[in-house]
Design a protein around this ligand. Structure first.
Ligand code: MG
Length: 227
């Protein structure tokens, strides 16, 4: 009586180092067709694609996905150059905005930064929900090695009048290590001031072109599974 046979979970093929068969591929090593410029909506994402990866072009600014998403699971791989230089927030600073809701660095930022033997404020280190949640651990590899970033994002919900119905939640694993465990967010990321919610619907995913002078990071193998 305790054996349940339905509904049968759908089959997903999981070839090694490739996107699961039911994922939306956001970068397959060839082009940035799934992305566009944040600053010039509808215009190409002018970051540099080469050798199956792509590299931040700081002059071109942030890039966002053409498609909008609610809740999802996401995977990406990132690379911080071995000779990154700089210190603190100046080393390999980028960011994964799980939902970009404005025209600049607005939304919810999961920090990408070189945190290998690089001290900074802990709510701004690798794997932090920027200025909100300190990561549970620091699994940063040395610059010069590829690293993985996996996210389960539960989008916030808003009532008709724009007030918050249910807050956002996020789980993050870096290099397979849990750094955020289904934590609740207090609102969108702010560089200065307290986070706060602004009502929004499905939103693009954004990668940050941070203005720090250190060498740019690279990315590959990005996919998302809407939930
Ligand atoms: Mg950042």
């Amino acid at each position: 009586d305790t054996e349940v046979w339905e509904p049968v979970p759908h089959v997903v093929a999981t070839p090694l180092h490739q996107a699961p068969s039911d994922a939306i591929v956001l970068f397959d090593g060839k082009d940035l067709n799934a992305w566009e410029s944040q600053r010039n909506p509808g215009k190409p994402a002018e970051w540099t694609v080469a050798g199956g990866t792509f590299t931040v072009n700081k002059k071109a600014g942030n890039i966002i996905t053409k498609q909008k998403f609610g809740s999802y699971q996401l995977h990406l791989e990132y690379y911080i150059p071995a000779d990154i230089g700089g210190e603190g927030q100046g080393r390999g600073n980028s960011g994964l905005f799980v939902a970009a809701i404005g025209t600049g660095d607005e939304g919810y930022e999961l920090q990408i930064l070189d945190s290998y033997e690089n001290k900074t404020y802990v709510n701004g280190q690798l794997g932090s929900v920027y200025k909100q949640r300190i990561p549970l651990a620091n699994p940063a590899r040395k610059p010069g090695e590829w690293q993985t970033y996996d996210v389960i994002w539960t989008a916030p919900a808003f009532k008709q009048d724009g007030s918050l119905e249910s807050p956002a939640r996020v789980t993050v694993l870096i290099n397979g290590v849990l750094v955020q465990n289904n934590v609740e967010l207090a609102g969108g990321t702010k560089y200065i001031g307290k986070p706060e919610y602004k009502a929004h619907g499905p939103a693009p995913i954004m990668l940050q072109a941070h203005g720090v002078p250190s060498k740019p990071n690279s990315f590959k193998n990005i996919w998302v599974r809407p939930l």
